[in-house]
Every structure is written in C-alpha cells, then in structure tokens.
Design a binder for this molecule. Structure first.
Ligand code: SF4
Ligand code: SF4
Length: 471
C-alpha cells in the first residue's frame, strides 16, 4: 500500500517516529560542570526550603498571602493596591531574565530552574538508585518491589515540596497548625496540597523533560532573547569534523580507515546518551537544549581518554564557534543593565519613600452637594485609610484650610486599623454658603494617626455660588 504521508525524520527529540514517547534515561556524566551545578542545586533547594521559616522584622522573608492580597518580601509588605511597586518589581524580574539570557544564555534553565534542579538532583538520582544505571537490568522479582519503593519515595518528596510550596502562601505557622489537625478543618488548603503533590508526581515522574521542551514559555522565547554572541553550549564543528572512530594516528593527527585526516570527534555518542532532552549537540543550537553542560562533561572525559584537549563541546557563542571574535559589548548588553538600574532605583525610591499610611478621600456617588435646612452646604465622601505600620493605629481628621467655616464630621469619629488593613469612614464636609465665591472650593483636610502620622489632602468642595443673597 502506498504511504501518503511519511513521518518527519525528527519532530521532537522525545518522540519516536511512530509517535510513541521516547523515554529518556540519560547517562550521568560526572565532570566539573556537574559538580558545580550540584553545589548550586543543593544551595537553591536549601534556600527554597528555609525561606518561609526566616523572619525579617517579625515577618516571613517571603509570604504571598493571596487571600488577604498582601505580599511580603524581606520584611516589607506590599498590598494589591501597590500597583506601581508591583509593576516595577515584575518589570525588574523580566529585564533581569533578558539580561541573564543575553549574557549567559539559558543559564537559568541549566543551573537554577526548579524543574532542572529537582529533576536532575533529586528525582533522577532516586531513579538511578532504584533502577540502576541506564542499560542495567534489575534482578527478576526485584523490579516490582523497587518500582513501588521508588514511587513511594517520589510521593514523600513531592508531598514535602507541596507543603513547602504552600507555606509561601499561608505561612509556616498556619501550615504547622493544619498538619496536626483534620483536613476537614482546612479543606481548601488540603486540596491545594493534594493537587500540588499530584502535579509534582506527574511532572517529575512522567512529564519530565517535556516541560522544558513543549510547556515552558521561557524555553519558547529563547530564539528572540539569544543573539549570536550569547553564551551557549556548542560543538566545535571545525575541530570535530569529519567525525569517526580513530583507526590510526600519525603524530597528533588522527586518520580514518582510508588514511584520511579526521576531526577530534570519535563519534562515541557519549554527548548524546548523557543529554536529558535527548538531542545531539553536534546538530547545532536547538530549542531543546537547556544548557545543562552534561554533554561538555561527557566529551571532556572522552577527550582526556584519547589525549586531546578538552572543549570540543564547550560554553561558547555561535560567532566564536564560527571562528569570529565574540562581541561582549552589544546594544542589548548595555541597554538591559541601564533599564534594570532605572527600574530598580525607581522601585527602591518608591519603597523607601512610602509613608506609614495611604489616605484617599473619595466623593460618594449621587448629588455633588446638599443644602441643609439652615442653608449650609454638605458634601459627602468616604475617607479611606490603609495602615502600613506593623502595629494598630487610630486615625481621625480635621479641616485645616480654610481656617473657618468648614467642618468635617466623620462616622465613626475615629477608626483603629490593624497592620496592613484598609477601611473607610463616612465623611460629611459641611461649609458656610458664603464661602462659595467659586465652585468647587479647594479645601485641605489633615488626617492624623496615633503613630504621629499626619497627611494633608486636598478635596474639591462643591456648592451653590454665593452672590451676596441672604442665606
Ligand atoms: S562525546 Fe565528544 S567525541 Fe563523543 S560523539 Fe560527542 S562530541 Fe564526539
Ligand atoms: S545538548 Fe548538552 S547542554 Fe544541551 S541539554 Fe543536552 S546535554 Fe544539556
């Protein structure tokens, strides 16, 4: 039967030609980069686990309280209303990622992303412990038991990670309380932990490298964030080709079976079998490459064995691998740090100059003003206050300009707010009609707090223009 549609030679490194999953069992290459990555990975895991327990100014180092819409970073609490600060913070994070990529390629993917860190330094070592090295066959009978133990270990670690993850959103005190009480007393939190544990089991046990290859948006953005001078993991074609096993040696030159000089690549495929995403680095820069440097460690070991200099596969740039000088100074390498400096300076300035309370006076919907029976003019508003201190504060207000003829009546007359809480009081501003030579009339209200807070705010008071008629 004629085949109408032939499959592509390679659609995805983790797909077989028939569309089935090609399961990766990468061989571990213990080299200088792997050792450095292992130190970085365990340090990051330690930081991730410890951060919710660390207190700064009596607050957790990081607490993202979505329900209360309060976000605490290293002792400072931002509220959902801090849109400028949150926007500056998010923009700084994005520009930092752009800068890191322009300078060091996918350094985040290979060295710091939780997906790589936990996959390669927690789940993969457990897998190797129970399944043995790639290619080894477990003893008959031991397979099922070992598989069960492996998955139980995955479950325990995933549950621990899910609890740690949840503590960033609810705080360790709440989490500790919940752990020792029935799930029925906190069903939502319990459901979050169960779903997060299941997602981690799925991700690290089944989906694995697919997250980097098909799901992660950062991986997809690589082609626009990298340029030809960015640091990448690359194969030196000039030095490696033509590849093939060494048959003879003439001095330093390797010769193939026909006596023709050949490159340094002996085509041992150690760089391929060690790759966690299943690609061949010798095919050039690929989207699937997470820059984990396992192929560098594998090839360096081969070069050591055959007495050739290391670095056939190395950290380099596309232009350096093509034999041109790598340009360190490029527009994006200058622009990104400048932009980042501006954003971070703005963020720090706004953060440090924030006062101990946010105050707003908002006019009530409806008529602009009412004329009271005795002829005075009343405007209705709400005085909204947010307490940004770390203790309770009582707030009240008075009119300071004009000095006479205008009063503010608050309902209730004063209001006590807990830290980071916001509330409002009804404000009735009553003015003598003779003041309205223009409308609106600009008045100044001073808001006081028992923590010595004082802020003057302007409010436009509406009324009927006074033409000298008798009230
Ligand atoms: S490990 Fe080095 S020598 Fe072996 S195939 Fe890869 S690039 Fe060639
Ligand atoms: S090609 Fe090399 S650096 Fe890229 S993912 Fe594979 S092993 Fe890691």
């Amino acid at each position: 039967m004629e085949t109408l549609l032939q499959p592509e030679e390679r659609v995805l490194s983790t797909l077989n030609k028939d569309g089935s999953r090609r399961w990766m069992k990468p061989r571990l290459s213990v080299g200088r980069f792997w050792k450095a990555r292992r130190i970085a990975a365990y340090l990051l895991i330690l930081i991730f686990t410890a951060l919710p327990y660390i207190k700064i100014n009596g607050k957790p180092a990081i607490l993202l309280d979505i329900i209360a819409r309060e976000f605490t970073f290293f002792g400072k609490t931002l509220l959902a209303t801090d849109t400028l600060l949150l926007a500056l913070f998010m923009m700084s994070v994005f520009v930092s990622v752009f800068l890191a990529t322009a300078l060091a390629g996918r350094v985040w993917c290979g060295w710091a992303c939780p997906q790589t860190v936990y996959m390669e330094f927690v789940y993969r070592p457990i897998e190797r412990l129970f399944d043995g090295k790639p290619g080894t066959r477990p003893k008959p009978g031991a397979k099922g038991f070992k598989k069960l133990l492996k998955h139980l270990t995955y479950l325990v670690i995933s549950a621990f990670l899910a609890h740690t993850f949840l503590s960033y959103f609810v705080g360790v005190e709440n989490l500790r309380h919940w752990i020792f009480h029935s799930p029925a007393s906190h069903p939502v939190a319990f459901a979050v932990v169960v779903v997060t544990t299941a997602l981690m089991l799925f991700d690290f046990g089944i989906f694995r490298e697919q997250t980097c290859i098909v799901a992660c948006p950062y991986g997809r953005f690589q082609s626009v964030m990298l340029d030809r001078s960015s640091l990448i993991v690359g194969y030196d074609k000039k030095r490696g080709e033509p590849r093939g096993p060494i048959k003879k040696k003439k001095g330093d030159v390797s010769l193939d079976v026909l006596g023709q000089p050949q490159g340094d690549c002996i085509d041992c495929k150690m760089c391929v079998t060690t790759c966690p995403t299943g690609i061949d680095i010798r095919d050039g820069l690929q989207l699937e490459c997470i820059h984990c440097a396992q192929c560098i460690d594998a090839c360096d070991a081969v070069m050591d064995r055959i007495g050739k200099p290391r670095g056939l596969v190395r950290y380099s740039s596309q232009e350096a691998l093509e034999g041109r000088k790598r340009r360190l100074l490029r527009p994006r390498v200058v622009l990104y740090p400048l932009l980042l400096t501006v954003l971070l300076s703005a963020f720090v300035t706004v953060l440090l100059t924030k006062s101990s309370a946010d105050v707003r006076m908002i006019r009530e919907a409806g008529s602009l003003f009412n004329v009271l029976p005795e002829g005075r003019i009343m405007n209705q508003a709400r005085l909204r206050v947010t307490n940004r201190t770390s203790g309770p504060v009582t707030y009240s207000a008075e009119v300071v300009s004009p000095e006479r003829g205008v009063v503010i009546e608050l309902v209730p007359p004063e209001m006590t707010l807990q830290p980071n809480k916001m509330d409002s009081m009804m404000a009735r501003v009553i003015a003598e009609p003779t003041l309205f030579t223009t409308s609106p009339l600009d008045i100044v209200v001073r808001v006081h707090g028992t923590d010595e807070f004082a802020r003057e705010i302007h409010f436009p008071l509406h009324g009927r223009i006074w033409h000298g008629e008798k009230p």
